[in-house]
Write a protein that binds this ligand. Structure first.
Ligand SMILES: Nc1ncnc2c1ncn2[C@@H]1O[C@H](COP(=O)(O)OP(=O)(O)O)[C@@H](O)[C@H]1O
Ligand code: SF4
Ligand SMILES: [Mg+2]
Length: 323
């Protein structure tokens, strides 16, 4: 880690989804998908965001890339507020910030050859001449473990793992500085997951890309991420380095998530915490600490008082009354 200013700064980000309804058109059901979240991503680092489904991970990823508006807060890219950029400034930024989807198939047009799908963004952004596109596409296909031969094929001719390689190729051909990878291996078989994780490791090694890597699976982020944030119902519960989190999780929710991850070394033991019940309705989250309905250590205080997200050691933040 360096002393340079971070590439990404998320400051008190809020994203609420609300439906107006009723006699007075009041917001009847507001989902606080992201509720006052702050973190930074340093240049060249891979930051992991974990949490159960519905915790707000994708909403944070899309908000950072301005794929949707935000309710409150700031997202700084290289010191500039992304949500305040003009359209022209945003057009310049677009190729530098890319998104890799869980299912790249849904974003690939079934009637467009893969080579054209990967190359079109280069032309759209005016990043190269038409006659240079094919050689650039070939180059990124090879980096991503595919070959020139695949350029003339259609999306349906590829396996899930290959489609994810296409999604990655399409992102990196623009030579982005920052990529949000949203559950990029969650839809794949475990053996294929390992191959795609290896491809991400290679990109980390060979290219100076900064990543936000989103996953509901802590064993996946452990391989790739130097720092990790743990989300629950739109709130960051714990944030720290991989070493801090995996060797000594402090928040009961992190402990619970980790206790579900198998440890390869049988001599090591982890405190086993089984989460009770389901994740509550985000339109009506629990009072006080949002985790209190499932926390084995909850006290009366937890039901009424929101725990502060505080720095408990250098670079380590936890929101829990017990810590
Ligand atoms: N476009 C939307 N409109 C209304 N609610 C949404 C929208 N997108 C997400 N949500 C809600 O916001 C919460 C967080 O969703 P999401 O960010 O997709 O979580 P995750 O990626 O962690 O599964 C969920 O309750 C989800 O239903
Ligand atoms: S504040 Fe209370 S309910 Fe929340 S995690 Fe800590 S002990 Fe559990
Ligand atoms: Mg998601």
């Amino acid at each position: 880690m360096t002393n340079e200013a971070p590439l990404i700064e998320v400051k008190n980000l809020k994203k609420y989804f609300g439906e107006k309804g009723g006699l007075f058109q009041r917001n009847v059901s507001v989902v606080k998908a992201v509720d006052d979240v702050s973190f930074q991503i340093h240049r060249g680092e891979t930051f992991g965001l974990v949490g159960e489904s519905g915790s707000g991970k994708s909403t944070i990823g899309k908000s950072i890339l301005r794929l949707q508006s935000i309710t409150e807060g700031e997202v700084l890219f290289d010191g500039k507020d992304v949500h305040k950029l003009s359209n022209a400034e945003m057009r310049n930024l677009r190729p530098k910030i890319q998104f890799i989807f869980q299912d790249p198939y849904s974003s690939l047009n079934p009637r467009i050859r893969v080579g054209d799908a990967i190359g079109e963004a280069l032309l759209d952004h005016g990043l190269c001449e038409k006659h240079e596109v094919a050689s650039k596409v070939k180059e990124v296909l090879e980096i991503c473990g595919l070959s020139e031969y695949h350029m003339n094929r259609y999306p349906h001719e590829f396996s899930g793992g290959q489609r994810q390689r296409i999604g990655i190729a399409r992102a990196i051909i623009l030579q982005p500085e920052f990529i949000v990878a949203d559950e990029p291996v969650s839809a794949l078989d475990v053996s294929i997951q390992a191959q795609i994780i290896n491809l991400f490791s290679k990109l980390q090694r060979d290219r100076n890309i900064t990543f936000l890597f989103i996953s509901h699976d802590l064993s996946v982020v452990e391989h790739l991420c130097s720092r990790i944030g743990v989300l629950y119902l739109g709130t960051m519960m714990e944030l720290g380095s991989r070493e801090q989190l995996y060797s000594n999780p402090l928040h009961p929710y992190t402990k619970a998530l980790l206790s579900a991850v198998p440890i390869p070394d049988p001599t090591l033991k982890r405190e086993r915490i089984i989460l009770k019940g389901d994740i509550p309705n985000p339109a009506n989250p629990p009072s006080g600490c949002k985790f209190h309905t499932r926390c084995p250590f909850a006290t009366e205080r937890c039901k009424v008082e929101v725990p502060e997200f505080k720095e408990v050691e250098s670079g380590r933040f936890v929101a829990c009354h017990l810590v």
